[in-house]
Design a protein around this ligand. Structure first.
Ligand code: GTP
Ligand code: MG
Length: 322
């Protein structure tokens, strides 16, 4: 079967040939993987790209372990999900991440304050969501910044409603993301990222006017207005961050015992009883005989199938075949 490679793929492959550092190679390979047509005829090529990605990642982490200095940053995932906060210089990324997580990250009234990613944990009800404060996104941004956006579970784009040039910077970032094949709506050959858009510095007297102008560019998309100065939108942000991650919390209980409400199992929306069992232990899933489910008034400990779909806040009791 012919591979029918797209111009985007060929471009990424060409960049890969010219790439010198492992970091550059990694970015190119990821672009190749994102843009390669996904069908039977390219399966071998896809597998080959994946194994090259794995090899470079391994080498990079070995370099880091040996204390050798590399100009490459990535952030290990922690908590229920990882959200990378990004935007133009000075748009309020660090101030927001600090307000939500308490992370000690420098906030300053001039651009390019943040130079490397820093992660903090944002409490939401009984879970923690990881937020990454990133350096500003500009045409000079390092390759690893796009890598962070690509690999995060979701991203949060800050639009600076305190800045007269918000229209230009937004347009510029839009182009940059497109060039790096990071998209928020289904388009062929791009990585689709769950996205939250925030309008920052909503307390600015001209924020509404700027928002009106911005809407002409962006259309009628959802933009949550926030201000770290007044607290506007901050609680709503926590709720939306949970929603955008598309996850559910499931609590487990042992027969005859109360449920463990302290440590929910985090699963993707749509996960089933067997997924939850597998998450706890592979063996557990294999030996699962049946489960009982509690869900508000809908279920009160009834036996359910392994394929039963779970919902946020379900309580589940596993019964194992000995
Ligand atoms: N009025 C107002 N000012 C804000 C708000 N959030 C941040 N700022 C100010 O905006 C400036 C930039 O804030 P930072 O959080 O450092 O911005 P940043 O996006 O992290 O900047 P870089 O790391 O340089 O890209 C600082 O002077 C903040 O005090 C807000 O909600 N309202
Ligand atoms: Mg910053």
């Amino acid at each position: 079967m012919p591979a029918n490679l797209t111009p985007e793929y060929k471009q990424a492959e060409e960049k890969f040939r010219q790439a010198k550092t492992p970091e550059e190679k990694l970015i190119c390979l990821e672009e190749m993987l994102a843009t390669i047509p996904k069908h039977k005829g390219t399966e071998k090529m896809q597998a080959d790209i994946k194994s090259r990605i794995a090899r470079i990642r391994r080498e990079l982490s070995e370099d880091r372990g040996s204390g050798k200095r590399v100009d490459w940053y990535s952030v290990e995932k922690q908590g229920a999900g990882q959200i990378a906060v990004f935007g133009a210089p000075n748009c309020g990324k660090s101030a927001l991440v600090h307000a939500l997580t308490g992370l000690n990250t420098e906030v300053a009234p001039y651009p390019f304050t943040t130079t490397r990613p820093l992660a903090g944990m944002m409490p939401y009800e009984d879970i923690q969501i990881q937020l990454i404060d990133t350096p500003p996104l500009t045409p000079d941004s390092p390759a690893w910044l796009f890598h962070i956006l690509r690999t995060a579970d979701a991203v949060c784009w800050l639009l600076d409603l305190g800045d007269d040039s918000v229209l230009e910077t937004t347009e510029q970032i839009r182009e940059l993301l497109a060039r790096h094949r990071i998209a928020f709506t289904p388009e062929p050959g791009t990585t689709i990222k769950p996205l939250l858009r925030l309008g920052t510095k909503a307390d600015d007297p001209e924020a509404q006017d700027r928002l009106t102008i911005l809407r002409e560019l962006m259309g009628d998309v959802d933009i949550l207005l926030v201000s770290v100065n007044t607290g506007q939108g901050i609680e709503e942000f926590r709720r939306r961050a949970f929603a955008v991650l598309d996850i559910i919390r499931v609590y487990t209980k042992k027969p005859g015992k109360p449920p463990d409400m302290n440590e929910p199992v985090i699963l993707k929306t749509g996960a089933t009883v067997i997924d939850a069992a597998y998450h706890l232990h592979k063996d557990f899933a294999r030996k699962l005989a049946y489960a009982r489910l509690w869900r508000n008034h809908a279920f009160t400990g009834q036996r359910v199938e392994r394929t039963q779909c779970l919902q946020d806040r379900d309580i589940i009791e596993f019964h194992i075949q000995e």
